[in-house]
Design a protein around this ligand. Structure first.
Ligand code: GDP
Length: 192
C-alpha cells in the first residue's frame, strides 16, 4: 500500500522542524536514488524531487503520514562540487539532527546496490554506530545488478557495511522491487 505522505515543511536547521511523535529519516549519498525511493513509497512522481543539481536540495524536508508519524528526507552527501564551507554546514546540520532530534526512531541509510558502499557511506555507518543512532541499510537500484552477480553483490555489500546480509533491505524504485516491504516497515515503525 502506498504511504500517504503530506509535505509539511523544509528547514535549514533541524531545530526549525515541528515536533513529532515518531519519525523516520532517509539519508544517503547524492544520486543514490533517495528521492526515487521516497516517491516510490508514496507512489507519487514528484514528492521528493528527483534531481541531480548539487546544492539545491540542501534542506531537511519533512512529511507527515495519516498516523501522525513523520518522515524526514535529509540532504544527500558527497557532492564533489560542493565547497568545503557548505560541506561543514551540511555535517553540522545532519549530525545535529541525528543526535538531537526528539522522536527519531530510525534512520534509513541508502546505499547504491550496484556500487556501494562508498567510503562516505562507510563513514556514515561508523558514525551512526558509534553515536548509537538506530539505523537500517537499504540497498537501492537492485535492477542494475545482473541476476548472475546478485548473490556475490549482496555478500560484498553486507561485508562492506559490516552487516549480515539479512540486515539489509534491497529495493528498486524503478521496478518496484522490495518497495512493498519497505512501505510496511515504515508504516509499522510510524504507527503508534
Ligand atoms: P537522489 O539524489 O539520491 O535523490 O537520487 P535520485 O532519486 O534523484 O536518483 C538518481 C538517479 O538514479 C536518477 O537518474 C534516477 O533515475 C536513478 N535511479 C533511482 N532509482 C533507481 C532504480 O531503482 N533503478 C535504476 N536503474 N535507476 C534508479
Amino acid at each position: 500500500m502506498p504511504l500517504q505522505f503530506t509535505f509539511v515543511t523544509s528547514a535549514k536547521r533541524y531545530s526549525d522542524l515541528p515536533p513529532t511523535p515518531c519519525e523516520a529519516a532517509f539519508v544517503g549519498r547524492s544520486n543514490v536514488g533517495k528521492s526515487s525511493v521516497i516517491n516510490a513509497l508514496a507512489n507519487r512522481r514528484q514528492l521528493a524531487r528527483v534531481s541531480n543539481t548539487p546544492g539545491r536540495t540542501q534542506l531537511l524536508n519533512m512529511f507527515v503520514l495519516p498516523s501522525g508519524g513523520t518522515v524526514v528526507d535529509l540532504p544527500g552527501y558527497g557532492y564533489a562540487k560542493v565547497p568545503g564551507r557548505e560541506r561543514s554546514t551540511w555535517q553540522a546540520m545532519i549530525e545535529g539532527y541525528l543526535l538531537e532530534r526528539e522522536g527519531l526512531e530510525l534512520v534509513f541509510v541508502l546505499v547504491d546496490g550496484e556500487i556501494g558502499p562508498t567510503k562516505l557511506d562507510v563513514q556514515m555507518l561508523e558514525w551512526l554506530r558509534a553515536s548509537g543512532v538506530p539505523h537500517t541499510v537499504v540497498a537501492t537500484k537492485i535492477d542494475k545488478v545482473r541476476p548472475s552477480k546478485l548473490a556475490t553483490r549482496k555478500k560484498e555489500l553486507a561485508k562492506g557495511c559490516a552487516l549480515e546480509q539479512g540486515d539489509i533491505m534491497w529495493v528498486s524504485a524503478s521496478k518496484g522491487t522490495g518497495i512493498d516491504q519497505l512501505q510496511r516497515h515504515v508504516d509499522a515503525l510510524l504507527t503508534p
